[in-house]
Each structure stands twice: as C-alpha cells, then as structure tokens.
Design a protein around this ligand. Structure first.
Ligand SMILES: Cc1cc2nc3c(=O)[nH]c(=O)nc-3n(C[C@H](O)[C@H](O)[C@H](O)COP(=O)(O)OP(=O)(O)OC[C@H]3O[C@@H](n4cnc5c(N)ncnc54)[C@H](O)[C@@H]3O)c2cc1C
Length: 491
C-alpha cells in the first residue's frame, strides 16, 4: 500500500511535450482524482461549459472523502444552524476560522471560505445532500448519530472562546454512521449529470509540460500501458495527501510518523504533490498535519486528566482531539496517560489499553513508574481547583471540572507506541485561493491547478484543526479551481 520506491519522496519530473508522440484523448480540463476536491472541481468546470475529463486511479471515485464521516464545516448562518437556534454571523465564523487555520492563516482563503459558506452549503443541498436540523449536544470525535449539527473543533475551548464567539459549525449529512460515502454519491451523480467524463482505473503518473512551463497534459497508466492525455486549458491536481508515503513523512513531517493507522486511502501517496513539484510548483507547510488519538468519547473522559511521564498535565483536556494529540507528541514527548476515576471511566471507541488500575493515587503513580509524589501532587492540585470550578493552569471549561475522587483510579495509555493514532497531512502545493499552482517566487505555473490535500489549503495546523475543515476546504476550493481552469473570471 505504501509507496516505498527509492524515488518516492522526490519531485516527479514531467514529460517534455516534445517527447509525447500524440495525445490519445484531449479535453479542456483534465482532473486528476475524484474525491471531494476533484469531484467538485469537475462539476463546476463542466457547468461552466468546459469539456472535462476526470482520471481516477481507483475503480470507483470517492477517495478518502467517501470513507470519511462526512463532517463538513459550514457557518455564517446556514439553515441548519438557524433551525437549531444558533446565531452565527459571518464575522463570528471568520474570527474562528482564522484561528482554526493556524498561526499563519491565509487571509484570502479564510475570507472567501467564510463569506461563501452559506452558498456552499446550499450548493451541496442542490446536489441532493440532506442534513437533519438537530443538534448533537455531546462532545464526540466521531459522531455516529444522524444529527446534523455539532461542535467539532475548539470553538468553546480556551483560548479560542475568548477570541471568537462560539457556534457549532460541523454539519453531518443525514445518515447514521459514516456519511462520507453518501456525500460522495451525490458528488459522483452530479459529475455524471454535468457531462464530465470519468475514466477509472487510470493512474496518473506525470505531467506533460511545454518549454514555456505550461502544463498541457498528463501521462497515465491505463490497461497496463502508458497513455498521454492532453489538457487544452488546464490540469487540476486533486489526488489527496501523502500520509501513506512514509518516506515523504520522514523527510517532510517526521512528527506524523507517530501515525500507525493512517486516515486515508492508498491514493494518499503524495504522487500529485510530487508531480506538481516536478513541474516547478512549490510545496509548502509540508511539516504539518493532523494527529488523532481519540481518548474520548465517552465525553466523561474530559473530566479526567492527561499526564506525561513526569506526572504533569500539559494541555486543557477539553480541547479538540487534534490539539490534545499534538500536545501528547509536542509537549509530552509522545508518552501520556489519561487518568480517570471509576465515576467517569468508559471504554473508548479506539479501545485504549488500561496501563494500571489502583485504589490510590500513590499506587497508580508507582504502577506507572512516575517519580515519587509527582502524580499525587498533580492530582491533588487539580482536585482542589476543580472543587471550586477552576483550572488555573490550563483553563479547562467548568462543565468538565470535577475532582477525581471515586476509586479505583485507572490510567489509559494514550502513547502512539501503544494506542491507535490516526491522522493525515496538511501540506501540499502552494496555490492561490483560486487554485493556480505557484512556484517558489509566487509565479503561476500556467495550466496547473491544485485543490484538496494536494494543496496547502485553508487549515494549516492540526493543533487548531476543526473536523469538517478538510472536506470543507477540498470541496469549496475545488469548486474555485474548477472554475479557474475552465476560464471563468472570479468576481
Ligand atoms: C476515515 C476518515 C474519516 C474522515 N472524516 C472526516 C470528516 O468527517 N470531515 C473532514 O473534513 N475530513 C475527514 N477526513 C479527511 C477527509 O476525508 C480528507 O482529508 C479529504 O476528504 C480529502 O479530499 P481530497 O479530495 O483532497 O482527497 P480524496 O477524497 O482522497 O480524493 C483523492 C482522489 O484521488 C485519487 N488519486 C490519487 N492518486 C491518483 C493518481 N495518481 N491518479 C489518479 N487518481 C488518483 C484517489 O484514488 C482519490 O479518489 C476523514 C478521512 C478518513 C479516511
């Protein structure tokens, strides 16, 4: 599954146009990959009048998006938000998404995404996707109910809640369990209806580039042979991220090597990014990604404390799972336990291993090999403050503050070496918000566009990520890339 060839981390050199005997097929716009980004790009390009050809490596499109929960980040006053009683002005969404985008947000992307969010939601509705007007009032990482709205990031969490007015913006399509397949069925249906042609089992491997740098086509493996496909107006790279390529992770994002259960498909091998780099595109933000160790639900676990090997807390436990997982690696040196008491313990969906169960804090500390007295002091200080509804160290919110005082006490092992760690990459090709791939000097590579995990997109840091921002980013900016490649001027 993993791309382990010796060159698997190098840019994929393009085929010079002069070396292409002839293009067997041509289209105005060639889209590489049919997940959220490629699917939405192809619909928009075709609706704009372009002849569109989608080349998809798998026998059926959908990509990681089809495997996903389908959470999509919309706000600014969608019908579902209003029906559930939430007021979410565009300015409030903007303030939050700017924080969620990371420490160096792309202001243009943030603005476009927030201002266009209600329209984008209605666009999905027009494809036939349904959403229930019900609010899921629990802290979960992986909602299984068919409720349509929930908090999926750090909206109510310190310090975010002090800088942006909270509102739930994670929208889940009206299906129980994983809803990404249902979402992508609608995208695939709309692609077919738009007139775009799709070729499956077609593995795109290189771009074709003219001497003036214009990308004029692709080289792909189809039916066991190489075929050249011409693109009169442009190629859109929408082939996913690189979480499956351990060599690329080692080179660009070593912290993501802690991922032992990648959140992706075999298509997330970085090929699209490497093709873009080979044509002169700059890759940026390559060290960043989302890490996921789901030590809740049950949400009662948020009343527990995460501690490192020195018995110290290091994060507010009510933060999003991307934020706590990042902290486990970055602040706790990838070794951490969740300490709970009998009143709040429950089996996690990821089935965390119980490292120790003891009747006293002292015995728990000894069983975990934490230096004398350190864990006991941490829990006693936490309990004293929690009794008063306070967390002076990390500002965990009041609803999750409750002293640990119901023995036995347990420690769940959250370390990457001993529990399930998912995640995916957030780095990719540098593009304008409208999809044009740029070189290191910011100049466009003519005829080349990218979106979704192939691009360094809207959210650039896992520690601030909110679930739904990946499908939201891929679909929203995929649509823009589709219009750009088709030659539609952006208003
Ligand atoms: C289990 C799971 C749950 C998730 N839950 C959520 C969620 O609820 N909300 C959220 O926002 N995100 C979620 N994500 C992440 C999210 O689904 C993805 O990051 C996002 O959908 C990526 O979209 P994309 O279009 O860039 O890539 P994809 O949807 O993966 O599409 C890429 C497509 O390109 C094809 N491809 C790859 N290489 C080639 C090639 N060389 N030639 C031709 N085709 C190629 C692939 O086969 C694939 O179909 C989840 C992911 C998983 C796996």
């Amino acid at each position: 599954m993993t791309d382990r060839r010796p060159d698997a981390q190098e840019p994929a050199a393009p085929v010079p146009a002069s070396a292409v005997p002839r293009f067997e097929v041509e289209a105005d716009v060639v889209v590489v990959g049919q997940g959220a980004a490629g699917g939405c790009a192809s619909i928009e390009a075709a609706r704009a009048g372009a002849e569109v050809l989608v080349l998809e490596r798998m026998s059926l499109g959908g990509g990681a998006t089809a495997l996903s929960t389908g959470l999509t980040y919309f706000g600014g006053g969608t019908r579902i938000q209003r029906a559930c009683g939430f007021d979410d002005p565009v300015e409030a969404m903007h303030a939050y998404v700017r924080l969620a985008a990371g420490s160096q947000p792309d202001e243009e992307r943030v603005r476009l995404y927030c201002e266009g969010s209600v329209e984008h939601f209605e666009w999905f509705c027009s494809l036939g996707v349904e959403w229930n007007a019900s609010f899921h009032d629990d802290k979960v990482t992986h909602p299984l109910s068919a409720d349509g709205l929930l908090y999926t990031g750090n909206e109510e969490v310190w310090p975010f809640c002090e800088q942006a007015r909270p509102a739930p913006r994670g929208h889940k399509p009206a299906r129980e369990g994983e809803a990404g397949g249902y979402l992508m069925e609608a995208v695939l249906r709309a692609t077919a209806a738009s007139g775009a042609r799709v070729v499956n089992d077609c593995h795109v491997q290189r771009l074709v580039q003219a001497p003036d740098r214009r990308v004029v086509g692709v080289a792909a493996r189809l039916d066991g042979r190489e075929v050249f496909v011409g693109a009169r107006r442009g190629v859109i790279l929408a082939a996913g991220g690189f979480v499956m390529n351990r060599d690329m992770l080692a080179r660009h994002a070593p912290a993501l090597l802690h991922i032992n259960t990648p959140t992706g498909t075999p298509g997330d091998d970085g090929r699209g990014i490497r093709m873009g780099m080979g044509a002169g595109g700059e890759a940026e933000n390559m060290g960043e990604g989302l890490l996921l160790n789901s030590w809740y639900p049950p949400s009662s676990h948020l009343m527990g404390i995460l501690v490192d090997a020195r018995g110290q807390r290091f994060v507010n436990e009510d933060a999003s799972i991307g934020r706590t997982s990042d902290a486990i690696v970055a602040k706790a040196d990838a070794r951490a336990w969740l300490v709970v008491d009998d009143a709040i313990y429950g089996q996690t969906q990821a089935r965390h291993r119980i490292a120790a169960v003891e009747e006293s804090f002292e015995a728990l500390e000894a069983a975990l090999g934490i230096p004398d007295g350190a864990l006991v002091r941490t829990i006693e200080a936490y309990n004293r403050a929690a009794e008063k509804g306070e967390d002076p160290l990390f500002h965990k919110a009041r609803p999750w503050l409750r002293p640990l005082q119901a023995p036995p006490y347990a420690a769940l092992d959250c370390s990457p070496a001993r529990s399930v760690w998912g995640g995916f990459t957030l780095g990719g090709l540098r593009t304008r918000a409208t999809g044009e791939v740029q070189d290191p000097d910011g100049r466009e590579i003519p005829g080349l566009y990218a979106a979704g995990r192939n691009a360094a997109g809207l959210c650039r840091e896992g520690r601030s990520y909110a679930s739904g921002l990946s499908i939201g980013d891929a679909s929203f900016f995929g649509r823009l890339a589709g219009r750009s490649a088709a030659g539609v001027p952006h208003g």
